[in-house]
Write a protein of this length. Structure first.
Length: 88
């Protein structure tokens, strides 16, 4: 009986330790994995996306032109502007 009780206490202690440790790792790592919404509003590609999004919304078009930009930041700015222009 004592052996079973010791095992149960050990299992509970390990589970609590993992829970506390996992929570601490998650709390520390959280700032690194959050989506940071950048302000692209002054970007030319953002403005282009905004114009095209508004135009598609006004003409009830669902399919936008697939724009490809060399830089990832330009692509993100365009997509953000397009979504904003569409009203999403």
């Amino acid at each position: 009986m004592k052996m079973i009780l010791k095992r149960c206490v050990w299992v509970v202690a390990v589970a609590v330790g993992i829970g506390i440790g996992g929570g601490a790792v998650q709390a520390v790592g959280a700032p690194f994995f959050q989506d940071h919404e950048q302000d692209y509003s002054k970007s030319k590609t953002y403005q282009q996306g905004m114009r095209e999004g508004r135009d598609d919304q006004a003409h009830k078009r669902d399919n936008r032109k697939k724009k490809r930009f060399k830089k990832d930041e330009d692509q993100k700015a365009y997509e953000s502007g397009y979504q904003k222009g569409r009203g999403n």
